[in-house]
Design a protein around this ligand. Structure first.
Ligand SMILES: [Fe+2]
Length: 235
């Protein structure tokens, strides 16, 4: 078993393989986390955080909807391995949700940002050094490419913001995909316009908060909370 970090694209199964796609996103995340370290509090930090959220949340959502169910089917200890990663995802969702209430530039916000970066890096190491190489040993290149295509299709339409209350497993997470993705992506567009056009900021931010409370109500719908392990379930 070799870490993804020490394999080239050919060894990972080519550009379509789930392993190549995962490693590419993880490398991009590392660059964005370095950029976050250099970002000034305020608009610059917000823009970098939005870029990270738009990478991380659809990536993790598609893992939970497509990849980890496949890992549980083919790996004898798939349940334990995927649960550990789901718990990390849950922690990132909860930390990120806290950011909304912490003003830019405060010590508490900096602390939460550092913790988010630490958990994200641990999550990448657990996937690249353990879970994904195990999947590589269990599946042929053809299956790795099919999984890559399925994961990419879900990732492109998945929610882009934290939703700590929604189930981390099907069927709950699958049911939440369409409504939450539409709301998240509308909020992303509003927030980006507010940063670009400061005279509209108050209006776009009010509209974004209204959509956030709609998303909050949808998250609590019973069917969207079904299917996950009790350790990642939140009230
Ligand atoms: Fe990943």
């Amino acid at each position: 078993m070799t870490s993804l970090a020490h394999q080239d694209t050919r060894q990972l199964g080519g550009p379509l393989s789930i392993l190549t796609r995962q490693k590419r996103d993880h490398e991009r995340l590392d660059r964005l986390l370095q950029q976050l370290d250099r970002s000034a509090p305020g608009i610059e930090e917000q823009a970098t955080l939005q870029a990270i959220a738009r990478l991380v949340f659809p990536h993790a959502f598609a893992e939970e909807a497509v990849l980890w169910p496949a890992a549980r089917r083919v790996l004898p200890d798939g349940e334990a391995l995927t649960l550990q990663v789901e718990q990390e995802h849950q922690e990132i969702n909860e930390l990120w949700a806290r950011l909304e209430d912490l003003p830019s530039g405060t010590a508490e916000r900096r602390e939460v940002l550092e913790k988010i970066a630490t958990v994200l890096r641990e999550d990448v190491r657990d996937e690249e050094d353990e879970l994904l190489p195990r999947l590589q040993d269990a599946l042929g290149v053809r299956r790795l490419r099919l999984l890559g295509v399925a994961w990419e299709a879900v990732r492109r339409t998945a929610p882009t913001r934290p939703h700590p209350v929604v189930a981390r497993r099907p069927p709950g997470n699958a049911l939440s995909a369409v409504p939450l993705s539409v709301l998240d992506r509308s909020r992303d567009a509003l927030d980006a316009s507010g940063r670009r056009l400061p005279h509209l900021h108050a209006r776009t931010s009010r509209a974004s908060h209204r959509l956030a409370s709609v998303a909050g109500r949808i998250e609590h719908a019973g069917p969207l909370r079904r299917g996950e392990d009790p350790s990642t379930h939140r009230d």
